[in-house]
Design a protein around this ligand. Structure first.
Ligand code: AVJ
Ligand code: FE
Length: 443
C-alpha cells in the first residue's frame, strides 16, 4: 500500500508467508496420516503430498531463484511438480517426495527465502520485485492450492478431520431487512480490471473501459431452496432448458442433483467434509457445474451474468465513477463484510453481510461461493503475459468459463474483486454456485 517503508513491506510479506504455511500444514501434515497424504482421493485431484511439495517447488523457483538469484536447491524435482508435465490423476505413480521429505523440503526453501528477503532490495525498476509483486504471487499461489486441497478434503471419504478456526467463526450478523431480490445497474461505462494493484495477476490487467448495457442482477446467490424448486419442476428432465453440451453432460454423467447431495425419503442430506447433515435450505447452492447453473437460470426466465456485468455490479461506484478493490470499498475484508479464508467451513445464508454490499446493494459478491459467469476465459485488451505463460495464457479460449468472487475457502489475499478464476463447465468439486441476471429491456 502507498506510504509503506521497505521494511514494513518485508515484514508484511514475511507474516503473509507464515500465515499461508500455517494453513497449508493444517490441511496436510497436521490433519492426515502419511497414507492419506499419499492417497488419490479423487481422479480430479492430486495426492495432497503433491500439492505440498509443489507449493515449495514454486516458491523455490520464483522466490529463491528468480527473485533472490540463489542457486537451485532441488532442480531435479522441478519436473515432478510441474502441473503441465503430469495430469492430476497420474501424479500418484511418480516418485514423489514422501510426506516427511516434503515437509523438510518446503521448510528448507522457506528458511532460505526469509533470509534472502532480509537482504533483498525491492527495486521499483525490476517488475518482478516492485512492490513485492512476486512475493504476493507466491503467497497467493499457496493459498490457491490450500483451497484446492480443501476441495480434496471435501471429496475424501472418512471421518472428519477439519475444525472451524477457533478465532474466527462468528455467525454472520443478523442481515436485517432483506434486500430487494434484484437491482438495476444502469447502462454506461466502467473500469474493468486493474493496472496498479501489486497483487493483481496478469489476467486481471490492464484496466480498461467497458460499456455495459443496463441489466438487472440478483442481490444474493441462488439458494438450495430455489435449486430444489428447479429440480422438483423437472429441471433435469426438460431438454429445452439446457444447452446442447449441457444436455450431453446430463446424459453422460447421470447427475440429477448437485454433488454431495443424497436423497433421504422426502428430504435431502448433504455431506460436508466428512459430516452428513440436512441440506441447509437458505445456503447458497454449491457444487453445481456451469451447465446446471445455466439451465437453472433459463428455467427461472433469466441468465447468468457476463463477467463484465458481475465486475461492474461488484466494483463500480456510480457516485465517483471509479472501480473499488472490494464491493464495499478499498478496505481489507473483515468478518463483518465477507465469509472468506476458511474461518467457517461453509457459505453463510443468502442475504448475509449487509456491510459487504456493493454500491448497488448487491451482497455476497466476495466470499461464500465462487459464481459462474457466462463468459469464456480470455485476455483483456492489452493483455501481457507476466511473469509466465502457464499461469493464464495457456487457458485462454473457449474451453473454460470464468468464475468470480471467491468462496468461504478463499483467502482474503486472493479475493479482491478483480480476481479471475476459471474452470471447465463440467466441474463440480470447486466451491461454486451462481446468481442470475437479466436484460433491462426484458420487461
Ligand atoms: C486459478 C485456481 C485455476 O489451481 O489451476 C495454481 C491457480 N495456478 N497453480 C489452478 C494455480 C498455478 C489455478 N486457478
Ligand atoms: Fe500451482
Amino acid at each position: 500500500a502507498a506510504g509503506r517503508t521497505p521494511d514494513q513491506i518485508k515484514a508484511r510479506i514475511a507474516a503473509e508467508l507464515t500465515g499461508g504455511r500455517d494453513r497449508t500444514l493444517g490441511l496436510t501434515l497436521a490433519a492426515l496420516d502419511d497414507d492419506e497424504l499419499l492417497a488419490q482421493h479423487s481422479p480430479l485431484m492430486s495426492p495432497l503430498v503433491w500439492d505440498l511439495a509443489h507449493i515449495g517447488n514454486y516458491e523455490e523457483q520464483w522466490l529463491m531463484r528468480a527473485a533472490a538469484g540463489m542457486a537451485a536447491l532441488r532442480p531435479e524435482i522441478d519436473r515432478l511438480y510441474d502441473a503441465f508435465e503430469h495430469p492430476r490423476a497420474t501424479r500418484i505413480t511418480l516418485p514423489l517426495l514422501r510426506p516427511g521429505e516434503a515437509r523438510d523440503y518446503i521448510a528448507d526453501v522457506r528458511t532460505r527465502v526469509l533470509d534472502a528477503l532480509d537482504a533483498l532490495e525491492l527495486r521499483p525498476d525490476r517488475p518482478l520485485l516492485a512492490e513485492g509483486f512476486v512475493f504476493n504471487m507466491v503467497i497467493q499461489h499457496e493459498h490457491q492450492h490450500d483451497e484446492t486441497m480443501l476441495a480434496t478434503h471435501q471429496l475424501r471419504r472418512g471421518a472428519p478431520v477439519l475444525a472451524e478456526a477457533s478465532q474466527g467463526a462468528p455467525a454472520p450478523a443478523d442481515p436485517g431487512r432483506p434486500p430487494p431480490a434484484e437491482v438495476l445497474v444502469a447502462a454506461g461505462p466502467f473500469t474493468m480490471g486493474t493496472s496498479g494493484d501489486s497483487w493483481a495477476l496478469d489476467n486481471e490487467r490492464p484496466a480498461h473501459t467497458v460499456h455495459v448495457p443496463a441489466f438487472w442482477i440478483d442481490t444474493v446467490p441462488v439458494t438450495n431452496r430455489r435449486y430444489l424448486e428447479f429440480m422438483a419442476d423437472g429441471g433435469y428432465e426438460r431438454e429445452r432448458l439446457w444447452t446442447a453440451a449441457g444436455w450431453r453432460w446430463r446424459g453422460s454423467s447421470g447427475k440429477r442433483s448437485p454433488a454431495f447431495w443424497t436423497a433421504d425419503g422426502d428430504r435431502w442430506l448433504r455431506r460436508r467434509l466428512g459430516r452428513v447433515e440436512p441440506l441447509p435450505l437458505d445456503e447458497p447452492v454449491q457444487h453445481v457445474c456451469w451447465y446446471e447453473a445455466d439451465a437453472f437460470a433459463r428455467w427461472a426466465g433469466r441468465r447468468l451474468p457476463t463477467e463484465a456485468e458481475w465486475e461492474k455490479a461488484a466494483r463500480h461506484d456510480p457516485a465517483s465513477g471509479r472501480s473499488r478493490r472490494y464491493p464495499w470499498g478499498d478496505e481489507e475484508p473483515d468478518a463483518h463484510r465477507a465469509n472468506l479464508g476458511q474461518r467457517r467451513l461453509r457459505p453463510a445464508p443468502a442475504g448475509s453481510y449487509p456491510d459487504g454490499a456493493s454500491a448497488y446493494g448487491v451482497r455476497q459478491l466476495v466470499g461464500d461461493v465462487w459464481e459462474w459467469t457466462s463468459t469464456d476465459f480470455t485476455g483483456y485488451p492489452g493483455f501481457k503475459v507476466f511473469p509466465y505463460r502457464d499461469y493464464s495464457e495457456v487457458f485462454f479460449g473457449t474451453d473454460y468459463k470464468v468464475l468470480r468472487g471467491g468462496s468461504w475457502a478463499t483467502h482474503p489475499s486472493v479475493a479482491r474483486a478483480s480476481f479471475r478464476n476459471w474452470d471447465y463447465p463440467v466441474r463440480r468439486q470447486i466451491f461454486a454456485g451462481f446468481r442470475c441476471a437479466r436484460d433491462a429491456e426484458a420487461r
